[in-house]
Design a binder for this molecule. Structure first.
Ligand code: NAP
Ligand code: ZN
Length: 367
């Protein structure tokens, strides 16, 4: 058994300011990587700039990361970072800028390589990365994973490099500007991480410490998501912490079938990541319960739910349902039958019929 989460993680109010010296110690010239708008609106970019100005660290900002970042964006940002002679990267935002910052740090450290190296399994170094999450879902700040959209290969897929951030600064206050739908979708993503890490062939004592604790936290997350009153500072802190714990769980096992199935919905129809994973979660649990009923029951117990129906109903209430054309469903089902990596992650031998059953139970088929 190997225990390895090398990221230095602070989960506390004002941690960017409080741990500014640790952030500045990562290098001498920073490339800051954000999405187009939210980092300016929620105060996270201001906090980082205050720290860098205070420590005398020059920086440049790449603020063009789109949702589900593309290889082209990574290449563009890395060019900017190299021209600036940046020697560390600070990702601020949801999973998209955080994942992008890891891939950018890889390209910046290998100036003789182009974007094609991102999907080759080479032994390449990367610059140090700091991650500052502003959504409560991906846990990217605690994982070595970077998921990119590759238009050439026509897929959304993780790159085959393990890039753990050196430092993660997790502050719930940045969630205050998020719409309810973003909070819900990303919290459901965190739940998917907890479930897929728990029900996983690579599951061991270590990731289960994170999964089990994160699932217990999600019992409170349920109450927060059900609130009709505005969320409090404490709620935001809880949601953010739960997502980071869930990230620590998948750092060890990676994700499973629901994530594998989600990527086609996001790539082809732009379905937000957490929602796309959430659609497949209850059916995945149901199939798993035929083979590992006691494991599924434990998850329900941690969540404080009585049965799978309650689980399915609650997720549906949160994210709704999704309609898909029969032809698209057939195409995605066929591709999933050959996705050996994700099939192998399931803790039983998944039959082709079970793959189809998960799609049938999860999506509403229309002509
Ligand atoms: P996201 O794609 O990073 O962001 C979604 C939207 O939320 C963007 O419009 C963003 O605006 C906005 N936003 C971010 N923070 C906000 C805030 N505090 N207030 C208001 N708006 C805010 O969403 P995400 O769900 O966090 O990340 C999804 C990506 O992460 C996917 O590509 C997925 O595959 C990946 N992922 C990675 C891992 C991993 O282990 N590395 C795990 C799961 C998922 P701006 O564009 O203006 O910033
Ligand atoms: Zn996810």
């Amino acid at each position: 058994m190997r225990f390895y989460v090398p990221t230095d993680i602070y989960v506390e109010k004002n941690c960017v300011i409080n741990h500014g010296k640790e952030l500045a110690a990562l290098g001498k010239r920073a490339l800051i990587v954000t999405g187009r708008y939210s980092a300016r609106a929620n105060g996270s970019l201001d906090d980082v700039i205050a720290v860098l100005d205070g420590e005398g660290i020059p920086y440049e900002i790449f603020d063009q990361v789109e949702e589900n970042p593309s290889v082209e964006t990574i290449v563009k940002a890395a060019e900017m970072g190299k021209a600036f002679q940046g020697d560390f990267v600070i990702g601020i935002g949801g999973g998209s800028p955080l994942d992008a910052s890891k891939a950018i740090a890889l390209l910046m450290a290998n100036p003789d390589k182009d974007g094609s190296c991102l999907y080759q399994s080479l032994d390449l170094p990367h610059l140090p990365v700091a991650s500052i999450p502003t959504t409560c879902g991906t846990g990217s700040e605690a994982t070595p994973v970077s998921v990119l959209t590759n238009y050439q290969m026509q897929v959304k897929k993780s790159i085959p490099y393990k890039i753990f951030p050196a430092l993660a600064l997790v502050d719930g206050k940045y969630l205050a500007s998020a719409k309810r739908s973003l909070i819900v979708n990303t919290a459901v993503d965190a739940l998917a991480h907890l479930v897929e890490s728990y029900l996983n062939t690579k599951s061991n004592l270590f990731n289960r410490m994170a999964s089990e604790y994160g699932l217990m936290l999600w019992a409170k997350t349920r109450e927060i998501l059900a609130k009709e009153t505005p969320l409090t500072e404490e709620d935001y802190e809880h949601l953010m912490f739960d997502a980071t714990v869930a990230g620590m769980a998948i750092a060890h096992t990676a994700t499973g079938l629901p994530h594998g199935m989600s990527y086609d919905l996001t790539y082809n129809f732009g379905v937000p990541h957490g929602k796309a994973c959430g659609y497949f979660l209850a059916a995945y649990m149901e199939m798993c319960s035929l083979h590992k009923p006691e494991e599924v029951q434990k998850i329900l117990d941690f969540l404080g739910m009585k049965d799978l129906k309650e689980f399915a109903d609650e997720i549906r209430d949160l994210i709704g349902t999704y309609e898909i054309k029969a032809a698209d469903k057939e195409k995605f089902m066929a591709a999933m039958q050959t996705n050996q990596g994700k099939l192998a992650a399931a803790p039983w031998d998944v039959s082709p019929e079970e793959v189809c059953r998960i799609y049938d139970l999860s999506l509403i088929t229309v002509d």
